[in-house]
Design a protein. Structure first.
Ligand SMILES: Nc1ncnc2c1ncn2[C@@H]1O[C@H](COP(=O)(O)OP(=O)(O)OP(=O)(O)O)[C@@H](O)[C@H]1O
Length: 660
């Protein structure tokens, strides 16, 4: 059961037109959130010229464009170099195909037309530092529409400047990361002023020295540092928590129902729980975090006991967040059931697996399932830009010839670290909707670049000057390769690699099989996807040549399910090598295919089941001749001469050849 809003209905979307509060362009309501994400990139302070008027909707009157300023073209960033892959297509699905409010004369076109791969993101002229993030502040008030970036326009504030209390975390897990912060020597929280929702704060144009940036990036992963605390900074996911969704109203009135957050890795499940935690603490609700990867049933019982005490003595509610809830087995999940039922705890579970299969049906029926989607490229760009701005890194228009490194000014107010716009786009694209990969890839790319520069200066005896450093597209690709092997989990690579694995096992090449397995797992492939393929392989390619292959594959699947990555990788490796070395037989597989072909090619009605093979549980059936003449094999010491196929198929042997 997905929480949905009117924007989910394509028909209503057509009827219900809304106006963008930033650029004034009219568009279907369903597109407003994704449009705003991007429109605000162009008009961070809400200074867009009205699009309607004598020039038509979305058309900018000539001359209104600020001199020397190019507007970022959304469609271009989403087109991103590999437009044909399923990932690219998927990314844009559901988020609307609209471009921005456009610049010059093509705005209307870019709203409707498919993305064009030609242009780079347009950014301000070098070296003038300007922000590109919608979430930055610095220009005084946050534009009213900015709230809608995350689908929020509620007057009720979710981001009152209040330092969140630490979450109560039992065991280790994502929830712990937040609690670690204070003690972490490399700790740095993303400057909330740099992208907060209430105006003021660090201006994007603040120039930071390379060394300063390097120090900020050390320590915790950038993804953790950038985890938003408020719904306003929660990018995308408008179908789940956008304006006018039921969930959003419930959250805003602090009526948190029990929830199952279902979505792919890095799409914001834990982040949404973290935002709910921040908010609930303001209302004196306890928020306890457990990770099903390491929590025991006793931990759950302890939490429930404490929740009961809090409820009866202090009338205090408890929200229990369980990350990776699918890792709990059914009986562990049963532990929650009565307590969710009677309201002792409000359960929020996060899972990457389909809850219909992985969550107890009784528990599921007491929770609202919120489906979070893979983040589209545009949302990824917004998230990356938020990090880039808060780090004080400046985006460089790579189509321009000016070389920032050769710029001679030594003014300390000028930015010293730049990133190519196409590097941001590439990172957004290759992250495949996983913000963690994108942010951590960015962190590695910048750190690697800054560190190599420092090393170079040290080796060459030059004084290390935190002058200009440019992060290129290649740097981010390398960064991604280090943090995450380039692997398109939803696109062609996914199918290419699984096919290569299957063929290597079929060809009995254990070494190559391991290679393809590692390529997928290191690239972030779901181990259960690989395990499912192994189950299939066990029957299709090994079959009766080694009947123990199938139980092995099923065991590997279950093992992966129990322990998850990275521990389960060795289970898969063992199974893959076993299969590569196993004798192969396609006897059953091809015979079964022959039968299917026979059925498919059959002309006319299928032949009836021979009477002697029919069961005869009633007298009437017996009278009709059901079961008559059937020879019960165990009663015969000799082989029984009896027909089992319909009359017209007599003599067909599906193991020998296709006869139909
Ligand atoms: N919608 C979002 N808006 C802004 N930042 C996001 C969003 N989603 C994810 N992030 C960033 O990505 C990081 C990882 O996201 P998060 O931990 O919420 O993913 P997840 O869906 O819980 O993934 P997993 O299933 O792997 O645990 C966060 O720390 C945050 O910085």
């Amino acid at each position: 059961m997905e929480v949905s809003g009117p924007e989910d209905d394509p028909f209503l979307s057509q009827l219900h037109q809304v106006q963008c509060p930033v650029c004034q362009q009219m568009m279907p309501a369903a597109h407003i959130n994704s449009h705003l994400d991007r429109c605000l990139l162009l008009n961070p302070a809400g200074h867009a010229e009205p699009a309607a008027g004598p020039h038509g909707p979305g058309e900018r009157p000539k001359g209104l464009s600020p001199p020397g300023t190019k507007r970022r073209r959304l469609s271009e960033s989403s087109a991103l170099k590999q437009p044909a892959t399923p990932t690219a297509a998927e990314s844009s699905e559901g988020e609307g195909e609209e471009g921005d409010d456009g610049g010059e004369t093509e705005s209307r076109e870019s709203y409707d037309a498919p993305p064009t791969p030609s242009g780079a993101r347009l950014i301000p002229d070098f070296p003038v530092a300007r922000a590109s993030s919608p979430a930055r502040k610095g220009s005084g008030k946050r534009p009213a529409a900015a709230a809608a970036v995350a689908g929020s326009a509620s007057p009720r504030s979710w981001d009152e400047a209040e330092a969140p209390e630490e979450e109560e975390a039992v065991g280790e897990g994502d929830g712990d990361a937040d609690a670690e912060g204070e003690d972490d020597p490399g700790h740095w929280e993303a400057d909330p002023a740099a992208f907060g929702a209430s105006g003021g704060g660090r201006a994007h144009s603040r120039a930071l020295a390379a060394e300063e940036i390097r120090q900020m990036l050390e320590g915790k992963p950038l993804a953790d540092k950038m985890r938003p605390d408020t719904l306003q900074d929660y990018i995308g996911q408008s179908r789940a928590v956008g304006q006018e969704t039921l969930l959003r109203s419930l959250l805003e009135t602090n009526e948190i129902p029990s929830l199952i957050l279902w979505g792919p890795p890095g799409c914001g499940k834990t982040t949404l729980a973290h935002i709910i935690a921040n908010n609930s603490k303001k209302h004196s609700i306890r928020f306890v975090t457990l990770s099903a990867t390491n929590a025991k049933t006793n931990d759950v019982r302890d939490v429930i006991k404490q929740a009961q005490n809090e409820k009866s003595f202090f009338k205090r509610k408890t929200i229990l967040f369980i990350d990776e809830i699918h890792r709990f087995n059914k009986s562990q999940q049963d532990t929650f059931l009565p307590h969710v039922e009677c309201g002792t705890i409000t359960l929020i579970g996060a899972t990457t697996e389909n809850p219909s299969f992985q969550v107890n049906a009784a528990l599921l029926s007491r929770c609202r399932v919120i489906v979070l989607e893979k983040l589209p490229v545009e949302a990824m760009v917004t998230i990356l830009m938020r990090a880039i701005n808060s780090l004080g890194i400046h985006v460089l228009d790579s189509s321009r010839s000016t070389d920032p490194l050769s710029h001679s000014s030594n003014s300390s107010s000028e930015p010293s670290v730049f990133i190519e716009d196409k590097a941001v786009d590439t990172l957004a694209y290759l992250s495949d909707g996983d913000a963690r990969i994108g942010l951590n890839g960015l962190q590695l790319a910048v750190l690697a670049r800054l560190s190599s520069r420092k090393m170079f200066c040290k080796k060459s005896g030059q004084a290390y000057s935190p002058s200009r450093v440019l992060i290129t597209e290649n740097d981010v690709k390398e960064g991604l390769q280090k943090s995450h092997i380039l692997y398109d989990r939803a696109g062609e690579e996914h199918y290419n690699c699984i096919s290569a694995l299957h063929k290597s096992m079929r060809g009995s090449d254990a070494s190559a099989s391991l290679y393809w397995l590692a390529r997928m797992l290191e690239g972030g492939e779901d181990p259960l996807y690989v395990a499912r393929r192994l189950v299939r392989f066990a029957s299709e390619d090994i079959g009766l040549a080694d009947p123990s292959a199938l139980p092995q594959a099923v065991a590997a699947y279950q093992g992966c399910h129990f322990i998850g990555m990275p521990e389960c990788e060795v289970l898969l490796a063992q199974c893959v090598v076993y299969f590569a070395r196993a004798p192969k037989s396609i006897e059953v597989y091809s015979a079964y295919n022959n039968v299917k072909a026979c059925l498919r090619n059959h002309q006319g009605p299928l032949p009836p089941v021979p009477l002697h093979l029919r069961n005869a549980p009633t007298r009437l059936m017996k009278d009709l001749g059901y079961g008559k003449g059937y020879k019960y094999n165990p009663m015969y010491s000799e082989p029984v001469d009896q027909e089992y196929l319909p009359e017209e198929l007599r003599g067909v042997d599906f193991f020998k050849q296709r006869r139909c």
